[in-house]
Design a binder for this molecule. Structure first.
Ligand SMILES: Nc1nc2c(ncn2[C@@H]2O[C@H](COP(=O)(O)OP(=O)(O)O)[C@@H](O)[C@H]2O)c(=O)[nH]1
Ligand SMILES: [Mg+2]
Length: 233
């Protein structure tokens, strides 16, 4: 079984379409999955909407946290709560293409430990602004060099991995980008070194607002990357 982890903070305008898209892809590809919504007590009734969606689909678990300590912490909580053998994490703002779910699952079943849906791999696309893309790409090249991991996107939420990795490592970062990077580097250090990527088509959210504070996230991501690569923790 696959556990699909979706952290949400005020995604009422996005979650119904996303869940519908995911359920359709699962059905079409004969995949068995649970959807784990990690909601940080959104004001816009996101949790209530997903509980209602469960009445229709029956495979959705809504977990509500009453701390708001970041998208990274929410992801980590979702990873740890997963019951499937394979975890696939996504953003909940319709920026990730659900059609990649079977491709990621297939790669894991072929023996890969982590499969990242990269915005920068050959054949991928993203509508990020040019400046934003340049900074992100440069940062990712740096992380790839210091970690020795040959992928092009360490800070994308969209990835699949073996569930057991979340038991073998301990992630401490709270913000989104640092945690997403930390997970991959610590997994490699713990021996889960079969890490690969597939190209994805990433579209920035149309509904709702971004909660990512890049000016804070960028230095934290670098600091954590250096710390993990050099000190191993
Ligand atoms: N549970 C939870 N989810 C969050 C939090 N911050 C962001 N998210 C979710 O994480 C995903 C990515 O966040 P987003 O704001 O789109 O960041 P961006 O894509 O980097 O601009 C979305 O699904 C958000 O709803 C948070 O503090 N708690
Ligand atoms: Mg987003």
């Amino acid at each position: 079984m696959i556990s699909i982890v979706l952290p949400t903070l005020n995604e009422a305008g996005n979650i119904t379409k996303l869940v519908g898209d995911i359920e359709q892809v699962l059905r079409k590809n004969n995949l068995k999955a649970e959807l784990i919504i990690v909601d940080d007590d959104s004001e816009d009734r996101t949790a209530q909407i997903t509980r209602d969606l469960n009445k229709k689909y029956g495979n959705i678990r809504t977990l509500v946290r009453h701390v708001r300590d970041g998208a990274g912490a929410a992801h980590w909580f979702g990873y740890k709560s997963a019951k499937g053998d394979v975890v696939i994490a996504m953003e909940a703002d319709n920026s990730c293409d659900a059609e990649d779910i079977p491709k990621i699952a297939k790669k894991i079943s072929e023996g890969w430990d982590i499969v990242v849906a990269s915005r920068y791999a050959k054949g991928a696309s993203t509508n990020k602004s040019l400046a934003n893309k340049a900074i992100s790409r440069l940062g990712n090249v740096f992380i790839s060099i210091i970690s020795g991991i040959q992928i092009s996107d360490f800070t994308i939420a969209y990835r699949g991995f073996r569930r057991e990795i979340a038991d073998k490592i301990n992630c401490v970062e709270k913000d989104g980008n640092p945690l997403l990077m930390e997970f991959i580097l610590k997994a490699k250090n713990a021996g889960y070194a079969k890490i690969t990527e597939i190209p994805t088509h990433y579209r920035e959210r149309v509904s709702g607002v971004s909660k990512n504070k890049l000016m804070k996230a960028i230095p934290r991501t670098f600091k954590a990357a250096v710390r993990i690569s050099i000190m191993g923790k």
